[in-house]
Write a protein that binds this ligand. Sequence first.
Ligand SMILES: C[S@@+](CC[C@H](N)C(=O)[O-])C[C@H]1O[C@@H](n2cnc3c(N)ncnc32)[C@H](O)[C@@H]1O
Length: 393
Amino acid sequence: MKSRNVHLCRRSTSPITFIREKYGDLDGVERQIEEQLLAANRRLKQHLPCEDVRVLTDLTTLLQAVERYASLGPLGGVTREECAHLVPLLTRLVKSCIAGGFEVVAPEEEGSLSLSDQLLEACTAALSNCDSGVACRTAETQLTITLADLPSPCAVCQTGGTLQVHFGFADYTAGETGARLWAGAVGLSLYLVEHLHELFPTDTVAAPIRVVELGCGPGLASLVLATLLDRHRPLLPPVQLDVTDVSAAVISEVQKSFAERNGPSLAALLPAGDSEMTAPLQANCFLLDFADIPESLAGQYQLLIASDIVYDYTIAKHVPPALVRLLAKGGSAVLCCEQHRDGMNQFVDEINQQYSDTLEVVMARNVTETLSHLEMIHQLCATYCTLLMIRRK
Ligand SMILES: C[S@@+](CC[C@H](N)C(=O)[O-])C[C@H]1O[C@@H](n2cnc3c(N)ncnc32)[C@H](O)[C@@H]1O
């Protein structure tokens, strides 16, 4: 792959503006929290409740701003160090909330979360985002690929301009590995951009092609593919794209990316009611455990895409049987995965040795050099990835 033209950035810097306008800077934030902590400690010593509920609502607003600020991560211009700096203070605040430093005298509305519990929740969320420094969390992200620079001679790709997709992340605790972006998704997206014409030949007419993404996480590769296919729709055969993951939180987020984040043309790809294919290009987001594939999907797909689903060995061992089951004969899978994961150690050898009747590895390419040239955050650039194409015999 020759792309050197990919840029990832946070879509919104508004949390930074908000903090600046309201508190000056993070030192201002710290001073406010410190002040409220001292007051809470005094109340605790004297066994007094907090008499002014505005103290709690203002502090909750501040903590929600910190949560959003920290969620921008390095892509959004917020360093891990500055967030980590707030961790001891936020930890003290959590302890003070639990000890009762922010109990109020005012009657609470029945059934709703008390103000002190809302404060504790906001503080825990801010602490979580500031602490481990995972570079994604709730912030929405934009990937831009400059198509004009692409080396491909294909008519489909030579329309110039840029391709942009917006995506978000599932709640970290619910989505786990699907709640952040992995380098393989960027590698796979670039491959799709550069090789669209080979994967969807324009000279063959018109049997519909079914495509599935497994373990989609934020769904970057599917969003890129859907955007490309949508642009070139009249030139291409009809396509049904099934975007799948085992996690409900992840699927609901990727559904949102199709429905709300990428404009009306991607939203229109989602089916209105039943999943029967009626439009020339359609996208369905649904739960699919690739370790337990229903009969109805067996042999249905001409193309399967996936990034970073071959990571730990327990999960990786389900991948070859899933390819065998899902792909139609002659169909292809394109996978882009981090090389150093346990599951990748023996992956190609295992396919060659144990699945030679049904699968053939037709390409295994190191894409580390490509990724290292991209304008992405350091952890993604430094990742070693292998791009595999596997054909169903
Ligand atoms: C390391 S993440 C990669 C996410 C995304 N493909 C990317 O590259 O950004 C692995 C994804 O596989 C999903 N996953 C794990 N086991 C799965 C299974 N048995 N079936 C379907 N998805 C699975 C996880 O929920 C997660 O979204």
